[in-house]
Ligand binder design. Structure first.
Ligand code: SF4
Length: 99
């Protein structure tokens, strides 16, 4: 039986997805999560290579595609040295943070 995988937009693809101060957020101020007051996500989700496909992104008019999603096997890292390097103080595009 073939599983039909629906393609979902991810934060790895949008130029407005940013990483900074230990959080992932949208530069256009859309809330990526209802679970936090400011709508941001914990950067651990990026470190763990999660899918990062918030509901708000799926129909977003401001989606700014940077190219195909980062391949799943290249997402995430567990090495704490890299976490520091990719880190929490630079505000950079999420896609660049995992590159
Ligand atoms: S798709 Fe929209 S909500 Fe998602 S990161 Fe991009 S601009 Fe923000």
């Amino acid at each position: 039986m073939q599983v039909n995988k629906k393609k979902r937009r991810t934060l790895y693809e949008c130029a407005h997805a940013r990483v900074g101060t230990g959080r992932i957020y949208c530069n256009q101020k859309y809330p990526l999560s209802q679970a936090s007051l400011d709508g941001s996500l914990d950067v651990h989700r990026l470190e763990e290579g999660k899918q990062l496909a918030p509901k708000v992104c799926q129909q977003c008019d401001d989606f700014d595609c940077m190219g195909p999603p980062v391949p799943e096997e290249e997402r995430g890292w567990l090495n704490m040295k890299e976490v520091k390097e990719h880190g929490s103080t630079d505000r950079q595009a999420l896609r660049e943070a995992v590159a």
